[in-house]
Design a protein around this ligand. Structure first.
Ligand code: FES
Length: 207
């Protein structure tokens, strides 16, 4: 057990645990989308989970707690980084009136927490075409809802020892894709659905 200071409070933590998990376990919320507790290596792709450690802003999912560490989760620098990352994410995200994610959508929760609008007007919207990839026999992939957190890829890999999901292309064109990566017929998707359940924004839905 070790002790660290978060927002001027001493908290106790297990060794070898990430700062993000330690904060969440202690009811200190840090916005996050791509963190996977059961994963050794975090993709750190969402760029939301910033915290200040000894005055330096770092993604809290990528660092382990240390004895005596001083952490601040609510500084102007941290909020500015989180808000910029969130606005960038929303500039490629299509908001629809009857989104299946409804109240469980992590984006709604994060927008409220950061005090920013889901429909931020400062950046131009860049949406993918076509909006939906229907080439999977069981799922539809809503490319403009996907936040590229990579959770579907990871959960498929740890469940089946291989993932049928992968990222393709780069930059704004990057998207998740299933073909060419695994034999879908051998993965029993119908009985699993873990990729669909873990998606924080309902980007994968049943046909
Ligand atoms: S949760 Fe840390 S970068 Fe996404």
């Amino acid at each position: 057990m070790l002790t660290l200071s978060v927002d001027n409070k001493d908290i106790h933590a297990e060794e070898d645990v990430s700062l993000l998990k330690t904060c969440l376990d202690n009811k200190i919320y840090i916005p996050h989308l791509c963190f996977m507790e059961e994963s050794e290596h975090q993709s750190a792709s969402c760029s939301l989970c910033f915290a200040e450690v000894e005055g330096q802003a770092v993604p809290a999912c990528t660092i382990k707690v240390k004895q005596g560490m001083t952490v601040k989760t609510d500084t102007p620098q941290v909020r500015s980084l989180q808000q910029s990352a969130f606005k960038l994410m929303m500039s490629v995200h299509h908001i629809i009136p009857k989104c299946p994610a409804k109240k469980t959508c992590e984006l709604v929760k994060i927008a409220r927490f950061l005090g920013v609008s889901l429909r931020h007007k400062g950046l131009p919207k860049i949406l993918k075409e076509p909006e939906t990839d229907s080439s999977h026999p069981l799922f539809d992939i809503h490319l403009n809802r996907c936040v590229l957190c990579g959770k579907c890829i990871h959960i498929c890999r740890i469940t089946h020892d291989q993932s049928m999901w992968t990222f393709v292309k780069r930059g704004f064109d990057m998207k998740i894709c299933h073909y060419g990566n695994a034999d879908i017929s051998k993965l029993s998707c119908q009985d699993c659905l873990r990729c669909m359940k873990i998606c924080p924004v309902s980007a994968i839905t049943m046909k």
